[in-house]
Design a binder for this molecule. Sequence first.
Ligand code: C5P
Length: 208
Amino acid sequence: QLMIVTIDGVAASGKSSVSGGVARALGVPYVSSGLLYRAATLLGLEAGLDLHDAPALLAHLQTHPLRLEPLAEGNRVWQDGRELTDELHSTRVDRGVSVVAVLPEVRAWVDAQLRALPSPFVAEGRDMGTNVFPRAGAKFYLTASPHIRAQRRAQERPEDVPAIEAALIRRDELDRVQSAPALDAVVIDTGPLTLDGVIQTILAQLPE
Ligand code: C5P
């Protein structure tokens, strides 16, 4: 699967911005798998469901189908005619998403949607290189210290840096199982790099 590049990494490591930049340079779309977990969480919260209740969540997702639109300039998520995208990065979704993302039934539901997308594309998330696209042509894994990630996130969330840092550490811990880097992934510490620096590092390592 030379046509698939995977970019995994911890929360707020810059995966979406980096994936968008790499995808634009290659002239292909990128696919943000986290948005599907976030959208499933939002629908569960809105319906008042217990987020641990996999059968109830799955039944709700079946009757309210979600569609990920993997545009190069930014991914969007739709539920019938309603666009959910702007509501997916709220603090309540941040808090609930790891509970939903551990459910095997939800993971299978997300994986099936991702595997049905036409390649080529850049896929971004936690387990793109390990579980979803193990035969991808190139794999990357982004890291950065919790403090640096919290400082970056503070520009886009109402909370202050210490609160964001604590929440990120908690989410890393909850996501640990599905967040291991693929053995054949190139690990990049984004701490000392600019966004463009990370993008150029990845582009320089892609096979011809
Ligand atoms: O990447 P993002 O932070 O938007 O992902 C939101 C959440 O979705 C993660 O904290 C994780 O719980 C879940 N996720 C996952 N596997 C992926 C992508 C996201 O478990 N491939």
